[in-house]
Structures are given as C-alpha cells and as structure tokens.
Write a protein that binds this ligand. Structure first.
Ligand code: DAH
Length: 339
C-alpha cells in the first residue's frame, strides 16, 4: 500500500506540473481526491491494514493529500493572477500606439502638416505647449493687451459661455499661460483649435486651427524672429521659397508683421491661387509687447521675445492645393484617403 501511495504521489506531481489551466487542475483534483479518486480508493482500503500499519499509512496518505491540495491551490492562484494581469494589459489604453490610419501612413491632411511643422520646431529646440479651448476672457484678450471695447475684439467675435469665459479665438492666450508658469528661456509652439462666430464658406469656418509660437529670453531680437521663421518656411515649402515681412498691427506685439511667401503655385509671377499678387500671406508675428511680458510677471527691461501665429488650414490648403476649407471637416474618405 505504501508503494501504491508513493506511485500516486509521483504521478500526481508530474501531472500537476504539466497542468496549464484551472480546468486541468480541477480534473486532477477529481482524479486523485474525488469520491472515486485514486487516493480516496487507497484510503477506503485502509480497513484491511493491521493496527500497526494504519497510522503510518494514514499519515503518509494525509501528507500526500495535503501536498496535492496545496499544489492545486497555489497553481490556481498563480494562473488567476496571470489572467488578471493579461486582462489589465488588454484594458489599459496605450496612448503611444499609433491609430490605424497613422500606422498605415495615412493621416488627416491637417495632422500631416501639423506633424511636419512640429518636428521642424522641435528640431530647433522648441517644446509643445497646450491650453484650454474654453478660455477666460483674461487670457484670450485682456492679458494680450486687448481690453474690453478694443476694436481688435470686433475681428474676433466668438461664442461667449459667460461674460468672462469664451471659446478661444486664438491660441495666443497660451503664451500668457506659459509665461505665467515658466521662467525664461521659453521656446514653445502651441497648436490647437480656435473658434470664431463666422459663417461657413470656402475660406471660413467657425472652428479652425492655429499654431502659436513664443520665444522669450535675454537679448531676443527681430533678427531671431526673422531667422527662425525663414528656417521654418524653407523647411515646409522648400529652400527656393521667398519670404517677405510686411508691417502690420497686433495689439500684443510691437513691432508686428505679417509674413508672405512667394506663391507656391506660380513662383511669384501671379496666378489665380495668389489672386495675381505673387505672394501668399501665411502668418502673423512680432516682438512680444512689453506690457504683455509685464502682465505675466516677466521684466521687459531684462527679457524680450517674439511670437507668431500660424493658420494650420491655410498652410495645408497651400501645400496640397486644396481650394475649399470645408473638405477638412466633412470626413469624406474620398478626400481623406488621398493623404
Ligand atoms: N493671434 C493672431 C490671430 O489670430 C495671430 C498672431 C499674430 C499670433 C501675431 C501671434 C502674433 O503670436 O505675434 O490673428
């Protein structure tokens, strides 16, 4: 009987080490410990043993039973923990995974252009900043030197959540948020959606995208502004593109400029794309107004900076020869699958 028990111990050990799932373990429990199990059968036969043998065999059988039970329980716990871990892995959203279209290299044209612009600026040492789309009037206007009743507010009528909260009309408010929190040197770009109460047509949309840029440090000059933007434009449109800075007015920069590039369609001769002008306006920029720096707690006597605002749709339309802004937002796959 002792030999039989040792055989059961050996065969159970081997079977348990091969068992890979909870079902298999349950089967083994029945095989050895169930009502008709092998170990149970041995125990049932113990009545035939002599009084001397009984306690020895009984102790051995109990030892084998508890070893088998223990092994089954610990293997079950191990398997459940593994399953739980797998389940968690499946439930966790890996935000670094590319989307399906991204993985296949297909991107929304706006995303494609944005990624391109971002990598150019990251290459120049810029970081990416972010800000809320539902914004305080203070950040969208006031801190940018656009007080209530300033005529610049007319051009940027928007959707008011309350007297003091708006859907942002420009990404420029992110400049203020970044400057409030960061000590110079600052070098950021901040892409995002902006809103204006405009009716939809081929060149207007109540929702569109801008990319704000901001550099603040000691000794930053207009030459840095021009050099940085020229570098960016050449990276985006090619080295032969001519760049023109035209004086303009923005309340939050002084001096301010608009930047034109030689028409990507005709090269500057004049064509329908550039409306015969040979130039296409692509962004606004300027030296950060000392008042704006001071509003954010940066001493304009010590620091200076430049800022710029790029319209993403306009850039993408130019780059791909798209003539209607609405195409970006209609989700028509015949359009989107071309990129
Ligand atoms: N926020 C301006 C607009 O929506 C664009 C702009 C112009 C941004 C000049 C700037 C800047 O940072 O310096 O028209």
């Amino acid at each position: 009987m002792k030999q039989k028990l040792e055989e059961i111990r050996a065969s159970a050990k081997e079977a348990l080490s091969d068992a890979l799932n909870i079902d298999a373990l349950e089967q083994l429990r029945i095989k050895y410990l169930g009502k008709k199990g092998e170990l149970t059968a041995v125990l049932k036969g113990m009545g035939k043993l002599s009084p001397d043998e009984r306690p020895v065999i009984g102790a051995l059988a109990n030892d084998i039973r508890s070893k088998i039970e223990g092994e089954i329980e610990s293997k079950k716990a191990e398997i459940s923990a593994k399953l739980e871990e797998e389940k968690l892995k499946l439930e966790t959203l890996d935000v670094t995974m590319p989307g399906k279209r991204q993985a296949t290299g297909e991107l929304h044209p706006l995303t494609k252009v944005l990624e391109n612009i971002k990598s150019t600026f990251i290459g120049m040492g810029f970081q990416i900043a972010d800000g809320p789309e539902v914004e305080y009037d203070y950040y969208n206007f006031e801190a940018l030197n656009i007080p209530k009743n300033h005529p610049a507010r007319d051009e940027q009528d928007t959707f008011y959540i309350s007297d003091n909260i708006v859907l942002r009309t420009q990404t420029s408010g992110i400049q203020v948020r970044v400057m409030e929190k960061t000590k110079p040197p600052i070098r950021i770009i901040a892409p995002g959606k902006v809103y204006r109460s405009d009716a939809v047509d081929a060149t207007h949309s109540p929702v569109f995208h801008q990319i704000e840029g901001l550099v603040v440090d000691k000794g930053v000059t207009m030459a840095d502004l021009k050099g940085t933007l020229e570098m960016f434009i050449h990276a985006l449109y090619g080295e032969s593109t001519k760049v023109r800075f035209r004086p303009h007015h923005f309340p939050f920069t002084e001096p301010s400029a608009e930047v034109d590039i030689s028409c990507f369609s005709c090269g500057g001769k004049g064509c329908p794309v550039c409306k015969g002008e040979g130039w296409i306006e692509i962004l606004g920029c300027g030296m950060v107004h000392p008042k704006v720096l001071a509003n954010c707690g940066i001493d304009p006597e010590v620091y200076s900076g430049f800022a710029f605002g790029i319209g993403l749709e306009r850039i993408a339309m130019g780059k791909y020869g798209i003539n209607d802004l609405r195409l970006f937002f209609e989700n028509d796959l015949r359009f989107l699958s071309q990129f």
